[in-house]
Design a protein around this ligand. Structure first.
Ligand code: P1T
Length: 384
């Protein structure tokens, strides 16, 4: 089936008793058993939930995977993936990940004996150099948050396979509409479903998808045993949203490209990062790797740009009227964020400097409003 057909139907059939077209919200914590141990396949809400299963199957299909595991947040998904490892194992991770991911690995997992190397994974040689005999996982975010640096998933997957390590890709920024890492050889793909998959800024959630049965068994165990599961209602909301993923992503990408072009030509803007601008250093990789299921390519709705300093960034952000100043991304409404003081404040200043997150960097999550209104808003905010 095509992507949009799967988006509407995968994991869902009309409910057998009433014919309800929409998957019901099974808002229950437990299930009746005929006698001890005689159950319907559903025992307890943490372990199984039909609404959650529908969502897991739906997103697994969109990611060209077989098995999906939903979580209460993107961080809970990342936490569960990290639990596939043990003390002493080494992880090579993209140096510019979401600030919370960096905080999770450095402040929590290192305490339990995981070893981390923060590497510019856009440089394959740097990944090779960082490799150790105990390297068991490569954790890649592409495009990165907020620098929009790309890593070549196919090449890193080859390296990881040769050396018996798992490749995990955080695909939050593009969604499966623009990038399907499992097709490129990744073992696991994960999302903060809080972002594009839900798309309406009313749920915090996460998901992990794989094609591998051995990993699926371990993830099913961890999902239940560690327990970071989402509420049935949140699953129901995300399932409602994935139906329009293709429509929304096309609108986000169209608006974002127009805005990136506008900012590129603006005298007050020092630099714009957007992978589908020819000026992006990895434009070629973007065209090759960030493909829709229909063969065209795109870069989603995130645009990063630089103004000279913190004072200018503050001035611009305070003047924005339509763009809302807020953390998060991927919703239908446009947001503006100052990573150095907001989403990446938990990354140490030296690391921020190394990655290039300056005090004059502004990150836009471009929504699906009329693009002329968005450009007019930026225009008035960038004026003296
Ligand atoms: O917020 P949560 O659902 O727990 O997801 C964490 C997460 C994981 N991966 C990426 C790439 C992310 O961007 C995030 C969350 N990011 C933000 C809240 C933000 O504003 O960047």
């Amino acid at each position: 089936m095509g992507f949009s057909t799967d988006a509407v139907h995968a994991g869902q059939t009309p409910e057998p008793r009433t014919g309800a077209v929409i998957t019901p919200l099974f808002q229950t914590s437990t299930y009746a058993q005929k006698g001890p141990g005689e159950h319907t396949g559903y025992e307890y809400g943490r372990t199984q939930n039909p609404t959650r299963e529908a969502l897991e199957q739906n997103i697994a299909a969109l990611e060209s995977g077989k098995y999906g595991f939903a979580f209460a947040s993107g961080m809970a998904a990342i936490n569960t993936v990290a639990q596939l490892l043990k003390a002493g194992d080494h992880v090579i991770a993209t140096e510019n990940v979401y600030g919370g991911t960096y905080r999770f690995f450095t402040k929590i997992m290192e305490k339990f004996g995981l070893r981390l190397s923060w590497v510019d994974t856009s440089d394959l040689e740097a990944v090779r150099t960082a490799w150790r005999p105990e390297t068991r996982m490569v954790f890649v975010e592409t495009p990165t948050n907020p620098m929009l640096v790309l890593s070549d998933i196919e090449q890193i997957a080859r390296l990881a396979r040769e050396r018996d390590a798992l490749l995990v890709v955080d695909n939050t920024f593009l969604s499966p509409y623009f990038q399907r890492p499992l097709e490129l050889g990744a073992d696991l793909v994960l999302h903060s479903t809080t972002k594009y998959l839900n798309g309406h800024s009313d749920v915090v959630g996460g998901i992990v998808v794989t094609r591998r049965e051995d990993l699926a068994e371990r993830l099913a165990f961890l999902q239940n045993a560690a327990g970071g599961v989402p509420s049935p209602f949140d699953c129901w909301l995300v399932l409602r949203a994935t139906k329009t993923l293709a429509l929304r992503m096309r609108a986000h990408a169209e608006n974002a490209l127009r805005i990136a072009q506008y900012l590129h030509d603006h005298p007050k803007v020092e630099r714009v990062l957007y992978p589908h601008l020819p000026s992006h250093p990895q434009h070629e990789l973007a065209l090759r790797q960030q493909k829709t299921p229909y063969g065209d390519s795109g870069s989603g709705g995130m645009v990063t740009f630089f103004v000279p300093d913190f004072a200018t960034a503050q001035h611009v952000m305070r003047r924005l009227k339509l763009f809302i100043v807020a953390e998060s991304l991927g919703g239908v409404e446009s947001l503006a964020c100052h990573p150095a003081s907001m989403t990446h404040a938990s990354v140490p200043p030296e690391m921020r400097a190394k990655i290039g997150i300056t005090d004059g960097l502004i990150r836009l999550s471009v929504g699906v409003e009329d693009v002329d209104d968005l450009i007019a808003d930026l225009d008035q905010a960038l004026r003296e």
